[in-house]
Design a protein around this ligand. Structure first.
Ligand SMILES: NC(=O)c1ccc[n+]([C@@H]2O[C@H](COP(=O)([O-])OP(=O)(O)OC[C@H]3O[C@@H](n4cnc5c(N)ncnc54)[C@H](O)[C@@H]3O)[C@@H](O)[C@H]2O)c1
Length: 333
């Protein structure tokens, strides 16, 4: 079965680069998903990314209890091209969808780029705060991650965490954990990020040492695909929970984690804070208190998924996917 509602692949009329918009589901409401601008070896690799990431967004929105489905835009940014023209092309394609899909920032784009896309469509979120948008989504993503970490290990004081990746989200998570009295091991491929460890009085280690640190929770906050069949046997943590999208290198890795008795918190739940915060403020016009309540709700969602997984003898990944499918099917019927 073709699982997507619709997929558009278009040569941008102004820029000439391939623009791909995948709308996975609108069962729960208009689809949401960021605009990724990235060089790919071939446009078909960009299409594959858009198909996979839009399905992941459907799961994320459904599990966050949002009235939205999942989508994704990919701009295949290979070779020289006019960046603003490509962003306007994205806006043109999104406008043609008539509100079935809204976009925001993703890898390779930021709030300022949403203004350029917004020249052609109003179906865009996370514009800069000065332009009336909600701006950087990473504070909300970090807050949601910490809510998830409370669900994983209860009280944070005295617990140990290895945070891999100290960018927009990871550095904020590390600060919130330090403020809560947790013990931290920190790492990033960028040596300049060592200043975060210095500031927080945390241990600074190499990325490989961070991945295999003997801690309560490993917090992946860098790139996806970090949990591979080779890495899982070397892990020395009790649980893995972090904001990095698509942490599992393949579906079978969830079983490997389960067999080793390592609790894995599905990233579709842990990383939902950004989309909860941005769309709460811009699309649903929720008050800060309502947004905070939704962010805190990530803890209850995760606890429910862990309980279902245990009761049914399945992995948290399988329990999360089944729950998202159930919510979308219920909305369709
Ligand atoms: N920003 C958000 O609101 C948001 C929302 C949902 C999910 N996420 C996900 O969270 C993750 C982090 O997002 P971000 O906005 O902080 O990105 P970012 O680019 O600001 O930070 C990523 C950090 O990871 C580091 N890094 C890259 N490769 C690494 C490696 N192999 N080992 C160690 N460190 C490495 C980079 O140097 C950088 O400091 C990404 O997977 C992103 O998709 C972010």
């Amino acid at each position: 079965m073709f699982p997507h509602d619709r997929v558009i692949v278009r040569r941008g009329p102004e820029s000439g680069v391939p623009i791909i918009v995948a709308v996975h589901s609108t069962a729960l409401g208009p689809a949401l998903g960021g605009c990724r601008m990235k060089a790919y070896p071939d446009w078909r690799d960009g299409l594959e990314d858009a198909l996979r990431l839009s399905a992941a967004m459907s799961e994320k929105c459904a599990l966050a209890g949002l009235p939205h489905g999942g989508g994704k835009t990919v701009v295949v940014a290979t070779g020289a091209f006019d960046r603003d023209a490509a962003l306007r092309d994205v806006g043109t394609v999104i406008e043609e969808l008539g509100g079935a899909y809204w976009t925001g920032p993703d890898v390779g784009t930021g709030p300022a780029d949403m203004l350029t896309i917004g020249e052609r469509t109003r179906h865009v979120f996370c514009r800069p705060v000065a332009a009336g948008g909600s701006g950087d989504s990473s504070p909300a993503t970090a807050a949601g991650t910490v809510a998830a970490l409370r669900a994983v290990c209860g009280d944070l004081p005295g617990r140990s965490f290895a945070v891999l990746g100290l960018g927009h989200v990871g550095a904020r998570v590390a600060r919130l954990l330090a403020e809560a009295g947790a013990k931290l091991v920190l790492s990033d491929v960028d040596p300049a990020r060592r200043e975060v460890a210095g500031e927080l009085g945390a241990d600074w280690v190499t990325p490989d040492e961070c991945l295999t640190a003997p801690v309560d929770v490993l917090v992946p906050a860098a790139l996806g695909g970090v949990l591979t069949a080779e890495v899982v046997p070397r892990l020395r943590c009790a649980a893995v929970a972090g904001p990095a999208n698509n942490q599992l290198a393949g579906p079978a890795v969830a079983d490997l984690l389960h067999e080793r008795g390592i609790l894995w918190a599905p990233d579709s739940v842990v990383s939902a804070g950004g989309v909860i915060g941005a769309t709460g403020a811009e699309l649903r016009h929720e008050s800060p208190a309502e947004v905070t309540a939704r962010l805190d709700g990530i803890a209850a969602t995760l606890t429910g998924i862990f309980a279902t997984a245990e009761r049914e003898g399945v992995t948290p990944a399988a329990a999360a996917a089944a729950e998202a499918r159930r919510r979308m099917a219920a909305a369709r019927s």
